[in-house]
Design a protein around this ligand. Structure first.
Ligand SMILES: C[S@@+](CC[C@H](N)C(=O)[O-])C[C@H]1O[C@@H](n2cnc3c(N)ncnc32)[C@H](O)[C@@H]1O
Length: 181
């Protein structure tokens, strides 16, 4: 219930009132092979539904840096209490600043649920371009959307995008995957 309450209060930044289904979470994490990953970043973690799937799959010595702007969701994220988790209660736009603070220079994989459909275009581009900048070569950027209106942005930034459809989610969702070439 708290996800629904928080989402309704902040619908312009949360972008939906339901958290991702287990089918969607699984589809998001299966896009990336985390086996040799050292640094994974999640954007727009909400109360941590995808975060838990990432933590289950990632190596014991890797770090998961999670960005979430809403304080209430960050309280829930801190309860996950995993030493591999770094919770950033700030916008993903500052990804470079927080990577530097933690002495990380590149990211192996990024998983994002930021609702770019409701984020101003220039800000969306700044975030996705910063993600590409810090991804390692052939690193993956995975994004969930409920429509394909933003597909062009990933084509423009990464030059490639693969799409999967997940019907078992409310609403049905698309998972977009791009590589840094
Ligand atoms: C659609 S919800 C996804 C929540 C959860 N990951 C899930 O899959 O159910 C999007 C989340 O992105 C967060 N968000 C929106 N803009 C953001 C930004 N610029 N930086 C970090 N998080 C942001 C919202 O607060 C919200 O929790």
């Amino acid at each position: 219930m708290s996800f629904i309450t928080e989402s309704i209060k902040n619908i312009k930044t949360v972008g939906t009132v339901t958290r991702s289904s287990k089918f969607l979470c699984k589809k998001m994490v299966e896009q990336t092979d985390f086996e040799d990953a050292k640094v994974i970043v999640e954007l727009g973690a909400g109360d941590g539904v995808i975060t838990k799937h990432i933590l289950k799959k990632m190596p014991k010595d890797a770090t998961l840096m999670v960005f979430e702007v809403h304080p209430e969701f960050c309280i829930a994220l801190r309860k996950l209490d995993d030493p591999r988790l770094i919770i950033i209660e700030d916008t993903a736009e500052k990804i470079g600043e927080y990577l530097a603070q933690n002495n990380f220079t590149e990211i192996d994989a990024i998983i994002s649920a930021i609702p770019f459909v409701v984020v101003p275009e220039a800000e969306s581009y700044r975030i996705v371009e910063a993600c590409k900048h810090y991804l390692k070569e052939m690193g993956t950027y995975v994004q969930v959307h409920y429509s394909l209106v933003k597909k062009k942005m990933y084509e423009n930034v990464f030059g490639n995008v693969d799409i999967s459809f997940v019907p078992l989610n409310v609403p049905p969702a698309f998972v977009l995957k791009s590589h840094k070439m």
